[in-house]
Design a protein around this ligand. Structure first.
Ligand code: HEM
Ligand SMILES: *[C@@H]1O[C@H](CO)[C@@H](O)[C@H](O)[C@H]1NC(C)=O
Ligand SMILES: *[C@@H]1O[C@H](CO)[C@@H](O)[C@H](O)[C@H]1NC(C)=O
Ligand SMILES: *[C@@H]1O[C@H](CO)[C@@H](O)[C@H](O)[C@H]1NC(C)=O
Ligand SMILES: *[C@@H]1O[C@H](CO)[C@@H](O)[C@H](O)[C@H]1NC(C)=O
Ligand SMILES: *[C@@H]1O[C@H](CO)[C@@H](O)[C@H](O)[C@H]1NC(C)=O
Ligand SMILES: *[C@@H]1O[C@H](CO)[C@@H](O)[C@H](O)[C@H]1NC(C)=O
Length: 326
């Protein structure tokens, strides 16, 4: 009898515990969310993305930036993937889109997943995993952990994209404010800016620093003079919006911590990059990121935080059938 009571007590306790834990987990992301509902999901995303990256070496930069833009505008809800339906312009049509690309790779993954497990895996999770997997291709193993369980949003608004994407002309104060609005710290700001070790930037977004900084045909004194001379050979005029240069000129296809080495040589390309050297706390973090191993660890941690901005979970939002359509 006593034993029975003890057992009953045990069961009541564990059920109560399960409910509490369940509550805690609802509304949060977890490791391998699709383990039961679609066990192949994560491997399938990786295989397809790796296949695309193998023939398109620019894709890691594109998908990493796409994920960042998605998260900064109405949260990581795949709203950046939506095509316009009426006459209202959507996020991907807003001016900061300039070079957003890689939508087809995401849609390829989605199409395959809909064949295997229809209506289960969100486009928001696909994009988050795809950004990680694309960058990881170079190492043939995932270089940071991605939690899943996001759901897709249904609103995409170009005005919101324009006002929510940090500008390359921002100073430290405005950058810090934009990141803080989304629960991200100065450490996240500095570490995530390290993503600019990958990819290209168009001349008109930085050439004022090379050609006409104070309106006297001068250079930004905080831009390395030999680097400025090199940039002049690439960007022919202030208004050149066609030409793009590698942001890490030595290895713009390789994910590494060169961004921070460049920064220390006053070779950060945008004003927003150079701004990270205008605050002592920020400089301190830049210096720490000069140790490659530390950068990789911290980048993963900050990506995880960025991937949690404004997420929809549980029964909010939806699971799209096509990533470009609600
Ligand atoms: C701190 C504020 C940031 C500003 C002001 C900023 C601004 C920009 C701009 C203006 C470009 C060039 C776009 C073009 O000319 O086509 C760019 C490229 C890029 N950004 Fe950022 N960015 C910021 C943070 C981030 C973050 C947090 C990530 C990702 C974690 C990121 C990833 C990238 C990548 C990978 C590219 C290269 C894209 C390509 O090659 O097409 N950026 N960024
Ligand atoms: C990017 O934005 C411009 C407007 O600045 C728009 O004309 C263009 O169609 C957009 N690109 C995409 C892929 O939607
Ligand atoms: C887009 O967002 C802006 C700013 O938040 C808002 O004023 C506008 O009404 C929105 N447009 C649509 C079509 O929802
Ligand atoms: C940063 O930019 C904002 C907005 O343009 C401006 O109000 C502020 O004075 C600037 N801060 C510094 C320290 O330059
Ligand atoms: C540089 O800026 C000044 C002041 O804004 C302007 O008058 C001048 O035309 C600019 N020079 C060039 C080459 O665009
Ligand atoms: C500018 O870049 C050159 C070449 O990379 C480097 O040797 C020099 O130290 C840099 N100057 C500054 C002030 O960092
Ligand atoms: C930042 O560091 C510089 C140089 O070490 C120092 O002169 C300055 O007082 C520091 N500023 C703050 C706000 O700590």
């Amino acid at each position: 009898m006593r034993l029975m009571k003890l057992k009953l007590f045990f069961w009541v306790c564990s059920i109560a515990f399960a409910i509490v834990i369940g509550r805690c987990e609802a509304g949060e992301l977890k490791n391998n969310f699709y383990e039961k509902s679609c066990p192949v999901a994560e491997a399938l995303v990786r295989n397809i993305i790796w296949k695309h990256v193998a023939t398109d070496s620019a894709l890691p930069a594109k998908l990493l930036r796409m994920h960042f833009h998605d998260c900064f505008v109405t949260g990581c809800d795949a709203s950046i993937l939506l095509d316009p339906t009426g006459k209202n312009p959507v996020e991907k049509e807003a001016p900061p889109n300039l070079s957003l690309r890689g939508f087809d790779a995401i849609e390829d993954v989605k199409t395959q997943l809909e064949k295997t497990c229809p209506g289960v895996v969100s486009c928001a999770d696909i994009l988050t995993l795809a950004a990680r997997d694309a960058v990881s291709f170079q190492f043939r193993r995932p270089i940071w952990e991605v939690l899943t369980g996001r759901r897709d949003g249904s609103i995409s608004n170009a005005t919101e994209a324009l006002t929510n994407i940090p500008s390359p002309f921002f100073n430290f104060t405005t950058l810090q404010r934009e990141f803080a609005k989304r629960g991200l710290s100065v450490r996240d700001l500095v570490v995530l800016s390290g993503a600019h070790t990958l990819g290209m930037a168009h001349c008109n977004l930085f050439s004022i620093r090379v050609y006409n900084f104070t309106g006297k045909g001068d250079r930004d004194p905080l831009l390395n003079s030999s680097y400025a001379a090199y940039l002049k050979t690439k960007c022919k005029s202030l208004s050149d919006s066609k030409t793009a240069v590698g942001m890490d000129p030595q290895s713009s296809l390789s994910f590494d911590n060169h961004y921070f080495e460049n920064l220390k040589l006053q070779q950060g390309l945008f004003l927003s990059d150079a701004a990270l050297l205008t605050d002592n706390g920020s400089i301190n973090i830049v210096d720490k990121m000069l140790v490659s191993r530390k950068f990789f660890i911290k980048f993963g941690q900050s990506m995880k935080r960025m991937g949690e901005i404004g997420i929809l979970t549980g029964s909010s939002g939806e699971i799209r059938k096509k990533c470009s359509l609600v």
